[in-house]
Design a protein around this ligand. Structure first.
Ligand code: HEM
Length: 425
């Protein structure tokens, strides 16, 4: 570790004022990037939620952020986010060996066979939905895709879902990610939804354990119900329930990227021709560019684990530190013309753990990088194939703009389709 004394450290660029939580809420996805530009610095200090905070972005900052000697996750997320988005005692807030062991549980369902089965289920659900959409005058894509994905997620995870419950479960899972930054009624509907789904899932975990139901072995419900922690104990019911929900909820959230996929096809019609070729690689590049280009997860938060010096800047134990995901994906040091949508940029792209980070950076097993990144890419590719090859549709006049402030950002009209026709092959 680099060590520094007071004399050889620099003063971090510093945003004056008592508190900037409001600016963060007003500027949303651009908050960190705007200040990185005006300070000409990858890093700056500010005050958020009444406390000193450090914000940073770019490849080197991401590398430092994912160094587990430097940062920890315990107590890093604000309570309101835990009560809606994450749930208590989930993998997001674990550190060290405990985190690694729990993360292995998640990654164990991400095998090639697991992903193939997910693709098959997603395809089947898309086909069922298309035959229904053909009968509809108007399809609100975002709402309909959430339902496709709720059915897909439950089936893949081994979670029995009654037809009568599909709408409610979809709505509850979505409320958890649609409200993380909300205050007032939306926050409460997120909390209420979490309580209700956690209770349902807890009952299912108990039923697995007492033999009343027996989901296939390679599913999340089975694996997580029988997973043993480092001491050899089963997870308590609430934690097991939180972790199964950590699979279901974000799969439904892929609906946001799928909305942006449809939007990209609409705004860049020349892309559709390139996607019509049987070249699988272009679909992959297109999906990567959708994940890079559009706003989704703005930043991730951690706390300084113990005092250290990085690039001559002093970090003090306990300081809240935000890594800018959106800004790193739009960093001109990394991306040529970052604000242009161009899948070709991924042609010879070899990948990097720290520069392309829509779902977090670093390593899956050692760090907190999103466990569901492969799931996301595969589900997006199946959906893209449907838009391009399996259906015809029209996009009538509507408000397709999206906010750069509200989190998560979703096109205002939620993308309405008309004249949907399934192409039978
Ligand atoms: C919908 C698109 C998705 C986005 C934008 C997204 C984004 C993220 C981000 C930013 C993180 C935090 C990274 C960090 O803390 O450093 C994360 C963590 C996580 N994601 Fe995703 N994710 C998505 C989909 C998924 C899916 C489909 C799954 C499961 C099938 C999933 C499961 C997880 C889990 C379990 C974690 C916690 C990992 C850990 O703390 O070690 N995510 N995701």
């Amino acid at each position: 570790m680099e060590m520094g004394t007071m004399s050889d450290t620099n003063q971090m660029p510093h945003e004056e004022g008592i508190d900037h939580t409001l600016s963060l809420m007003r500027e949303g996805y651009m908050y960190i990037l705007n200040r990185r530009h005006s300070f000409s610095s990858e890093i700056f200090e500010t005050r958020l939620l009444g406390k000193k905070a450090i914000c940073m972005g770019g490849r080197a900052a991401a590398e430092a952020f994912y160094d587990t000697e430097k940062f920890k996750r315990k107590d890093a997320a604000p309570n309101r986010v835990v009560q809606t988005l994450f749930g208590k005692n989930g993998v997001q807030a674990l550190d060290g060996q405990e985190h690694k062991h729990r993360k292995e549980m998640f990654m164990s369902i991400m095998s090639p066979e697991g992903l193939q089965s997910l693709k098959d289920i997603t395809n089947k659900q898309w086909k069922l939905a298309l035959s229904k959409w053909q009968q509809m005058d108007e399809v609100v894509l975002y709402d309909e895709v959430k339902e496709i994905l709720c059915r897909t997620a439950c089936q893949w995870a081994g979670v029995p879902l009654e037809e009568d419950d599909v709408k409610k479960v979809t709505k509850d899972l979505a409320a958890m990610f649609e409200s993380p930054a909300a205050v007032g009624p939306n926050h409460w509907s997120g909390r209420h939804a979490r309580n209700s789904v956690e209770k349902w899932m807890g009952e299912l975990v108990d039923k697995v354990r007492n033999g009343e139901i027996n989901p296939p072995e390679d599913t999340a419900l089975h694996r997580f119900s029988w997973y043993r922690d480092l001491e050899g104990n089963l997870l308590d019911t609430e934690t097991a329930s939180v972790e199964v929900i950590n699979i279901l909820r974000p799969i439904v959230a892929i609906a946001i990227f799928i909305n942006f996929t449809a939007l990209a096809l609409h705004h860049y019609p020349e892309e559709r021709k390139k996607l019509k070729t049987p070249d699988e690689k272009y679909a992959q590049m297109f999906v990567q560019e959708v994940r890079r280009f559009y706003p989704f997860f703005p930043f991730v938060a951690a706390l300084v684990k113990k005092d250290f010096t990085w690039n001559n800047y002093k970090f003090e134990e306990g300081t809240l530190t935000l890594l800018d995901l959106y800004g790193t994906n739009h960093d001109p040091e990394i991306w040529e013309n970052p604000d242009i949508f161009n899948p070709e940029r991924f042609t010879d792209w070899e990948g990097s753990l720290f520069s392309f980070i829509p779902q977090g950076g670093g390593d899956y097993f050692m760090g907190h990088r999103c466990a569901g990144e492969w799931v996301t890419v595969e589900v997006m590719k199946v959906s893209l194939d449907h838009f391009v090859n399996q259906m015809e549709y029209e996009i009538p006049d509507q408000d397709l703009s999206f906010s750069m402030v509200s989190v998560p950002s979703i096109p205002h009209s939620k993308v309405v389709l008309t004249h949907v026709k399934q192409i039978k092959k």
